[in-house]
Design a protein around this ligand. Structure first.
Ligand SMILES: [Zn+2]
Length: 76
C-alpha cells in the first residue's frame, strides 16, 4: 500500500465509485459526524449512531429514529 492521500474522510474509497459519488459521500459523512443539538437535553454534541437510522445522545442517553446518515432530516 502506498501513502494515504489527504482527501479527508473519502480517502478510503480511493479510485472506487468515481469522483462525483465520492464527493457526495464525503458530504454525507461529514454531516454524519457533525455536531447536532439534542432535542431532549439541548446539548450540542456529536450524536452517536447505534444502527441504521437509530441515534443516541451521549449526554442524556435518549434514543430516537432519525434519517440514515444524519440524526434527522436536514431542512434546507
Ligand atoms: Zn441529549
Amino acid at each position: 500500500m502506498g501513502r494515504t492521500r489527504v482527501v479527508g474522510i473519502a480517502g478510503r474509497f480511493r479510485a472506487r465509485y468515481g469522483a462525483s459519488i465520492r464527493k457526495k459521500w464525503k458530504e454525507v459523512m461529514e454531516r454524519r459526524y457533525a455536531e447536532y443539538q439534542c432535542p431532549y437535553c439541548g446539548s450540542v454534541t456529536k450524536m452517536y449512531r447505534i444502527a441504521f437510522g437509530i441515534w443516541k445522545c451521549p449526554k442524556c442517553n435518549s434514543k430516537w429514529a432519525g434519517a440514515a446518515y444524519t440524526p434527522w432530516t436536514i431542512e434546507k
